[in-house]
Design a protein around this ligand. Structure first.
Ligand code: UN1
Length: 501
C-alpha cells in the first residue's frame, strides 16, 4: 500500500474484528497532500453503526486479551516495533505527503512510534505492583494492576504515528482492547500502523480502526456506554466536550490539549544556541506541535540583537514540499487551518504588535497549490495580547520583552496552558530556580520547547489537560485499575483497626 503512495490513489478500509471492511453505508472521504492538493487516498466515512460493530468486536476480544500473559502481549509489541523500523522510510514518505511535515521530521515521528513500541513491549515484563506489610500478623497484602476494558483512542493530525502509539501501545500491553479513530486529515498513516499490528499477530478485535469525522465517529465513541477509557489529543474545545459528554458515565478520560509554550532567553544566554532552539521550536513542523514555541520571552538587554538575527534567519527559511531535501518548512495541514493562522496575524496587528517579518500566504508560483504560509515573527507583544495568550498552531512567534529573570518566569506562567517551557541561561542558579518555579508539565534548560522522549511523562498543567500524563510509566497507571488484595493466612478472624494486639 505504502509503496504505491507516491503514484497511485490508496483505497483504505476500516479494520473491525480482524477484517478490513468498508463503511456500512458505503460513504467515503478523501485524504489530500497539503503541499500540492493532490488526492492521496479514499477512505470509509463511517457512521455510528460502524462504531457499534467495532465496540462489539473490542468487547469480545477483551475476554481473552485481558487474560493473555502480559509478557506475550509485550512480545507482539516488539514485533510491531521491528516492523515499524523496517518500514520507517516508506511510512515517513507517506506521512510527509499526507501531513506535510518535512521528511526528516516524518522519520522522527515514526521513530517515536518505534521507541514507544519497545518501551511498552518491555512493560509486558514489568507493570509492577506493590506489596506492603499488614497491621496484622499472618496477613499478606498487595496491590495489582488490572486491565480496564475498551479504550477509545482519538488522535490529531500533527503526529500521525507518534501520538496514536503513545495511546494504543500502553493500552494494549496492559490488556485493554482499542477502538481507534484517527484525524480525518491523516487516516492513511493510521491505517499503516493498524496493518502492522495485524501482521505482528495481534488477535482479532484487539485493535479496531474506524475512520471518519469527529461529528460522526468521535461522537458515537464518546456516547458509547461500553467504552470505559478515553484517550484524546486535540483542541481544548473538543477535549472539554469529551470530558463533559462522558462525565455522567464517570469514565476515565485523558486529555492532551493546547499549549502556549515559551522560550525564555536571558541576558546571559548563549545566543547562538538560543537562535537554533527558537527557529527549530517555533517553525519546525510549521509550528504545528502542541509543544511548539509560540512565545519568546526575551531579556531587554538582548532583544535587539535577537530580533535582527531572527528576522534574517526566518526570511531565509525555505518553504516547499517536505519530500525535497531543500525544504525546511512544509505546508500548513489545510487551507482552513491556514486561514485560522492568518486570522491571528491580523489580530496581532490589530492589537498593536509589530509584524517584523512574514505573516502572509506564500507567494511563489510553485507553492500556490499547497497551503503554504510565510513564517511570522511579532515583536512588541505584551503578555495580555491574544497572540500572547491563545494557541495559534502555526508558524507565528510572539516576542515579549522583559526586564528581569523573575518577570520572565511570571510571564511564562501567566497563560491558561501549561505544556512546555524552555530557558536559555548560563547561570546554574537561575536554571534550578526555573526548575522550581516554572509551572508547566515539561521544561527544557538550554534547549527549545520540542523533542520530548517516550520514557518521561508527557503532558501539561492548567488547560493543557486534566491531570494525566502520557508515555512513560505514567501511561501504565492511566490504562490500569488498581486492585488491593488482602490474604489472611492466620486461620482466624482478624479485625482491621480493632484487634490491635
Ligand atoms: C505534540 O505536538 O502533540 O515533544 C507531540 C515533541 C514531540 C511530540 C509532540 N516528541 O515535540
Amino acid at each position: 500500500m505504502v509503496d504505491k503512495a507516491e503514484s497511485e490513489i490508496i483505497k483504505a478500509k476500516n479494520f473491525i474484528g480482524g477484517k478490513w471492511v468498508e463503511a456500512k453505508d458505503g460513504r467515503t472521504f478523501e485524504s489530500q497532500n497539503p503541499a500540492n492538493g493532490k488526492l492521496l487516498g479514499v477512505l470509509p466515512r463511517s457512521s455510528p453503526e460502524d462504531v457499534e460493530e467495532a465496540v462489539a468486536a473490542a468487547r469480545k476480544a477483551f475476554e481473552s486479551w485481558s487474560k493473555y500473559p502480559a509478557p506475550r502481549r509485550g512480545e507482539i509489541l516488539f514485533k510491531i516495533g521491528a516492523l515499524l523500523a523496517e518500514r520507517k522510510e516508506k511510512i515517513a514518505r507517506l506521512m510527509t505527503q499526507e501531513m506535510g511535515k518535512v521528511l526528516v521530521e516524518a522519520r522522527g515521528d515514526v521513530q517515536e512510534g518505534i521507541d514507544m513500541a519497545f518501551y511498552m513491549g518491555g512493560e509486558g515484563r514489568r507493570q509492577f505492583g506493590v506489596t506492603t506489610p499488614s497491621e496484622m500478623p499472618n496477613k499478606f497484602q498487595m496491590a495489582v494492576r488490572d486491565p480496564i476494558g475498551i479504550v477509545a483512542v482519538i488522535t490529531p493530525w500533527n503526529f500521525p504515528m507518534a501520538i496514536p502509539t503513545w495511546k494504543i501501545f500502553p493500552a494494549l500491553v496492559t490488556g485493554n482492547t482499542v477502538v481507534f479513530k484517527p484525524a480525518t486529515d491523516t487516516p492513511l498513516v493510521a491505517v499503516e500502523l493498524v496493518k502492522i499490528c495485524e501482521e505482528a499477530g495481534l488477535p482479532e478485535g484487539v485493535l479496531n480502526i474506524v475512520l471518519g469525522t469527529g461529528a460522526e465517529v468521535g461522537n458515537a465513541l464518546v456516547q458509547h456506554p461500553d467504552i470505559q477509557v478515553y484517550s484524546f489529543t486535540g483542541s481544548t474545545e473538543s477535549g472539554k466536550k469529551v470530558l463533559i459528554e462522558t462525565a455522567s458515565r464517570l469514565k476515565r478520560v485523558s486529555l492532551e490539549l493546547g499549549g502556549k509554550n515559551a522560550i525564555m532567553v536571558m541576558e546571559d544566554a548563549d545566543l547562538d544556541l538560543a537562535m537554533d532552539g527558537i527557529i527549530w521550536s517555533a517553525y519546525g513542523t510549521t509550528g504545528q506541535r502542541c509543544t511548539a514555541c509560540s512565545r519568546l520571552i526575551v531579556h531587554k538587554a538582548v532583544e535587539q540583537e535577537l530580533t535582527e538575527r531572527l528576522v534574517a534567519r526566518i526570511e531565509k527559511l525555505r518553504l516547499g514540499d517536505g519530500l525535497l531535501d531543500t525544504t525546511e518548512v512544509g505546508p500548513i495541514i489545510n487551507k482552513t487551518q491556514r486561514s485560522s493562522v492568518h486570522e491571528y496575524v491580523k489580530i496581532g496587528q490589530g492589537e498593536g504588535a509589530k509584524l517584523a517579518t512574514g505573516g502572509y500566504v506564500a507567494e511563489e508560483a510553485e507553492l500556490a497549490a499547497g497551503s503554504f504560509y510565510r513564517p511570522a515573527l511579532f515583536t512588541g507583544v505584551t503578555p495580555n495580547m491574544r497572540i500572547a495568550q491563545e494557541e495559534i498552531f502555526g508558524p507565528v512567534l510572539s516576542m515579549i520583552s522583559v526586564g528581569s529573570f523573575e518577570e520572565a518566569i511570571k510571564v511564562n506562567n501567566s497563560v491558561r496552558y501549561g505544556l512546555s517551557s524552555s530557558i536559555y541561561t548560563r547561570d546554574v542558579n537561575r536554571a534550578f530556580t526555573a526548575i522550581r518555579d516554572i509551572t508547566s508539565g515539561i521544561l527544557y534548560i538550554n534547549a527549545g520547547t520540542i523533542g520530548a522522549e517516550t520514557h518521561l511523562p508527557f503532558g501539561g498543567t492548567r488547560e493543557t489537560g486534566n491531570g494525566h500524563r502520557e508515555a512513560a510509566w505514567t501511561a501504565i497507571d492511566f490504562f490500569t485499575e488498581w486492585k488491593a488484595v488482602y490474604v489472611d493466612y492466620s486461620g482466624k478472624l482478624q479485625r482491621a483497626q480493632i484487634d490491635m494486639d
